[in-house]
Design a protein around this ligand. Structure first.
Ligand code: HEM
Length: 471
């Protein structure tokens, strides 16, 4: 290669430019921070490891640097909270999930209702009072809606049928009972609404279209309810669903259905859709793949479902769901081993925080929970914490809904997921009906590999084979 003297200034300028960019982006750590994992390439930092080798990279960092530690990804320093420090984060009000969500997922730009601080409290209150407190009343409807979904999405499998699972099939299955609970029995019969719910988190561009679909179907139903209430007075029988609950709420009630009101209610409904459908659909998919890849468990779990089905004559009550102890334990294990390496929602440090170990987390820092460090903890799960322990929950009396310092899939502390009772119920009823009706296998006959996208884990893509059980 030939270099002339004229090219030297160009090299010097390029060098100066790189140096300046690096200096501007250089992570600045305050005093006493958690250790920064060393890296070789300026600006890039740990981004490549994070994107392409997250599980191994984080495990090595944890081993070498302890808990917590800092990494430098996408030009930003992030603190990773493991098995010990995560508990402090969830206990302290200094770390805010809301503030972090606003920075990381700009959903509030589309669902304007999220810009009001009071929405969060109202949303949590609604899930508690509507989804959880009334959960037993929804059991019958939930199983009916799940069966409609299963028959529509999987149907008759007299001959073994390979069902592709990457096309949102589980969102469609899960969306129907959630639509029923949210907008009631009339509207949830509408396939456009169920589809709008199932597809809501797929892409941001279609969100407004989904809001318009719901508004169109919601308007006549709300108007009729207001009219019936006026005419029937005390004789009015309020339907059991979230929109009725909102109509009677001092903050969300109304006497007239205006366009502004419809927008407000639709946005509120979609906030719950975002929290509930994607998560539940993901985890029922993980659970089915976990089941399909483990023939040694099929008979044992099937026998429990068959016995309960006979006992209830096909109509599950909350007591029958409580009797699904093996299935519950299996689902818990699937939730423990199925999650991503890092929790999806980070926490933002709102003011400088001194940890119990004396380290300081500066104001504004994003803290991510290292879920796998908590879930693959040898003290809690024995010498091989990464193996699938289907009856660990049953043997230790830990139901799938019980949050615990070694089981963080639903978060922890006062902001732990209030919808977990609904979600676990839905997953268990869905699995119960599927296992009763079909033999379910993986195409390879083995455990299919999960998909890793950076620190996120997604269900396998191989598809599942369903075949009718002979009755
Ligand atoms: C398997 C399904 C689900 C999983 C894995 C899940 C997980 C979570 C997690 C990890 C959090 C955050 C906790 C934290 O960081 O502090 C959360 C919060 C929340 N989830 Fe779920 N969730 C699921 C289903 C649902 C469902 C079905 C609903 C509603 C019916 C729901 C409603 C909520 C609400 C309202 C919050 C906010 C709680 C608060 O900030 O106080 N979730 N969920």
């Amino acid at each position: 290669m030939h270099f002339s003297f004229e090219t030297i200034p160009t090299f010097v300028w390029v060098f100066i430019a790189i140096y300046i960019v690096h200096w501007i982006n250089k992570p600045r750590l305050s005093k006493n921070e958690p250790p920064m994992v060393s890296y070789k390439i300026p600006i890039i930092g740990h981004t490549l490891d994070y994107l392409f080798n997250a599980e191994n990279f984080l495990a090595k960092c944890r081993q070498q640097y302890g808990d917590p530690f800092n990494i430098y990804v996408f030009g930003q320093v992030t603190t990773i909270a493991g098995n010990e420090f995560a508990h402090e984060v969830y206990r302290s009000d200094v770390f805010s999930k809301e503030s972090a969500s606003q920075d990381s997922f700009p959903l509030h730009r589309v669902l304007k209702i999220l810009e009001y601080p009071e929405t969060s409290d109202q949303f949590i209150k609604t899930v508690r009072e509507q989804f959880v407190a009334k959960l037993p009343l929804y059991t019958g409807r939930m199983q009916k809606q799940l069966m409609i979904s299963i028959n529509k999405e999987i149907g008759d499998c007299s001959n073994p049928k390979l069902i592709i699972t990457t096309n949102g099939i589980f969102s469609s299955i899960i969306a129907r009972p959630i639509a029923d609970t949210l907008v009631g029995q009339e509207i949830s019969k509408n396939e456009d609404v169920v589809k709008a719910f199932a597809d809501f988190t797929k892409d941001f561009i279609s969100i407004l279209r989904h809001v318009i679909t719901l508004k169109k179907h919601l308007k006549p139903v709300l108007e009729k309810r207001l009219k019936d209430k006026e005419i029937l007075g005390d004789k009015y029988e309020p339907p059991l669903d979230t929109i009725e609950y909102l109509l009677n709420d001092p903050e969300y009630g109304t006497k007239v259905i205006t366009d502004d009101y419809l927008n407000k209610i639709c946005e509120f409904v979609y906030v719950i859709v975002v929290a509930s459908i994607f998560t539940s659909a993901h985890h029922i998919a993980f659970a089915l793949y976990d089941f399909a890849g483990r023939p040694e468990l099929w008979d044992d779990i099937y026998e429990e479902q068959e016995r309960i089905d006979k006992e209830c004559n096909g109509e599950l009550s909350p007591q029958h769901i409580n009797k699904m102890v093996k299935l519950d334990s299996f689902v818990r294990e699937s939730l423990r081993t199925g999650g991503s390496a890092l929790m999806h929602i980070p926490h933002k440090c709102l003011e400088s925080y001194t940890c119990k170990n004396g380290m300081t987390i500066p104001k504004g820092r994003m803290v991510k929970t290292y879920l796998k460090d908590i879930h693959y903890n040898a003290t809690a799960y024995g010498p091989e914490p990464r193996s699938f322990l289907p009856y660990h929950g049953l043997e230790n009396k830990f139901p799938a809904t019980k949050i615990d310092k070694n089981y963080f899939v639903f978060g922890s502390g006062k902001h732990a997921c209030p919808g977990r009772f609904f979600a676990v119920n839905e997953i268990k009823i869905g699995m119960h009906k599927l296992i009763l009706n079909y033999h379910i296998k993986t195409p390879s006959g083995k455990i299919e590999k999960k998909v890793h996208l950076g620190p996120l884990t997604l269900p396998p893509v191989a598809g599942l084979i369903f075949e009718n059980r002979k009755k």
